[in-house]
Every structure is written in structure tokens, then in C-alpha cells.
Design a protein around this ligand. Sequence first.
Ligand code: NAP
Ligand code: ZN
Length: 351
Amino acid sequence: MFNAKAYAVASATSPFARTTIARRDPTEHDVQLEILFCGICHSDLHQARSEWSGVPTVYPCVPGHEIVGRVRKVGSAVTRFKPGDLAGVGCMVDSDGTCPECQAGFEQFCASSTFTYNSPDKHLGGVTYGGYSDSVVVDERFVLRVPSNLDLAGTAPLLCAGITTWSPMRRQGVTKDKKVGVVGLGGLGHMGVKFARALGAHVVVFTTSPGKKEDALRLGAHETVVSRDANTMRKHAGSFDFILDTVSADHDVNAYLQLLRRDGNLTLVGAPDKPLPVSSFGLIFGNKSLSGSLIGGIRQTQEMLDFCGQHGITADVEVIPMQKVDEAYERLLKADVKYRFSIEMASLKSE
Ligand code: NAP
Ligand code: ZN
């Protein structure tokens, strides 16, 4: 074992504080990364503050599952990485590899998957610690290749915000000639806009923040709708093939179901704890469907990263030092992020 520097919360109401955590020495299948950047996902905030009743948080909690780093050590059986390579780690660090879900490329649904933080640690006991740290040790199967042409700070958020928006778009066949809505222009939403545009769709952003209209267009949207404006909402009734809902808080999904055309789909990726009321009439008139989507498997995450490499796609980030994480969380709560915070881990070195 060795010591790593990290930032942790001690309880649901504590601010972040510097700490030292144990990481395992790499086993034969492991890759040890020096973390260069880690994105801040709203799921980090939900979990740091124990907002998900179904997944209680174990403290201390070191969040972070949008990791980009440089390989420092590899185990003797590692074949795909060598010291000096760039690599990424997302929301998962292990699974059994043999169950039907793993075989089908859906490791996130493996009954014994290990998430990057707040998940039982099979090696050291306790729970796993995430990317708000200067290093991490991960089984090679869960380490992604990072395209060499991309800005690293903007690449880190692809490991969660990227795959979480890419996966449902691929499943729902987002392509040229489809009309796609993205609800909420935050970390996930802005990646959704970039992907839908790159896949050739007509893209409409629904936002509660009138000040984000210009940015939405710059990021790739063809149209922006301030969702509190009922008149403009009505103009889009019955017209969408697919709507991706990334909202992190309580809101009315029925308003969006009305905007779907026949057989249209609304996929929820936002994860507020409170159940959402859904009108059955909103679904049955038009054979519409409402789905959910959880991140994406490893194979599809690599597909997404390769697509980003080919199309020069990264997240728009505000790079911050680790010491500003509490401030960043407060801004996330005010929907004030443009459009992902990316923590520069060099800021931990001086501590
Ligand atoms: P984020 O950057 O904070 O963005 C969320 C956006 O939702 C905000 O920027 C805001 O956009 C909108 N919003 C916030 N409060 C709202 C409200 N009360 N009513 C309407 N709109 C509101 O968050 P994120 O990191 O993108 O994550 C979004 C959600 O997805 C979180 O719940 C997170 O836990 C979840 N998530 C799920 C998965 C998955 O696998 N399914 C993966 C990652 C994250 P506007 O200002 O444009 O309105
Ligand atoms: Zn996330």
C-alpha cells in the first residue's frame, strides 16, 4: 500500500478537507495513474451530501469519477498500457467480467460491479475512493485509452458526462433528420448538445437560465427555449423524436412528454432523489416512451472517446484548483457552471 493525497468530506454537511488515503500497490492486472484532472459531476455533490436515499454515503467520502491521468506503473500482466501513457477512468473500477451483463458490455449493471467511489473495496476493505486525489489504482479492464489530440482538462468530463449522454443517443438512434431536445444546460446537457449536433440532429436546448441562450447556440444547438415560457414550449408540441432530460432537481417531465411526436422517447439521466409524477395520458396518447439510462459500458465509453478524438470534442471546462471544490459545489447548486468544473490535480502537490 502507499499513501495518496486526497480531498474528502467527513459528513453530509462538512466542507472538503485535505486527507491522506491508502491505495493498493498495483497487482498484476492493475494500472497506477497519476491523476492530472478530475471533473466535478453533480453526482459527486449528490453523494458527498448523501442526497440519494437508495445509496447511503459512507464517510469519509472522496468523490470523483471523471479521471484523466498518466500511467506511472503497470502490473506484470497488463498488456494495453505502459508507463507514460495517458489514460482515463470513469464511474466503474471493477466487475465480475463473466455475468450476462458484463458479457453484453453493460458492466454498470453487473451485480458485483465496483463503482469508483463509495462502493465496497474488494482489495482494501472499506469503500473505494475516487478521483479527488493525486493517484488511483485500477484494473486494466476499466482503464480507457485517451485520444492524444484532446485537451486533457476538457477530456476528463467525457468519462461520465460524455458517456452518460452518448449512450442513450446511440440507443435511441439519434442521427441526421432527427429532432432532439436536451433539457438542462449543465455538465451532462452541454455534452448532449455537442453529441446530438455531431450526429447530425436538429438540436433544441431547454433551459431555465435565459443567460445561457447564446452559449447553447455556440455549443451547437439550433434553437434555445426558456422552459418557463409556456408559449414557446407549446410551439414545439408533438415534434421531437428524442428528448434527453439531464435535470438534477425536481421538475415537471410531463411538459416534455407533450413535446414528443408519435413513438418519441424521453430518456431521464438526471438523478434527483424525489420521484417524478408522470401522467399516463401524456404517454399513451402517441405511444410515447419514458426511459432511464445509466452511464454506459466500457466498450461504449471507448467508442465515445474515439469519436471525440475524431471530431475534436471535449467538455467546456472551468479549470479550478482542488482547494476551490466547496465553492464549485455551491455554484453547481445555482446552475452556474460553464459547463463543467475540472480540478487540476497539480494543485494538490503544493499541500
Ligand atoms: P449540472 O452540471 O449541475 O447540470 C444540471 C442542470 O439542470 C443545470 O445546469 C440546470 O440547467 C438544470 N437545473 C438545475 N436545477 C433545476 C431545476 N430546479 N429545474 C430545472 N432545471 C434545473 O449537473 P450534471 O453533472 O450535468 O448532472 C445532472 C444530473 O444527472 C444529476 O442529477 C446527476 O446526478 C445525474 N447523472 C446521472 C448519470 C447517469 O448515469 N444517469 C450520470 C451522471 C450524472 P439550466 O440552467 O439550463 O436550466
Ligand atoms: Zn458523473
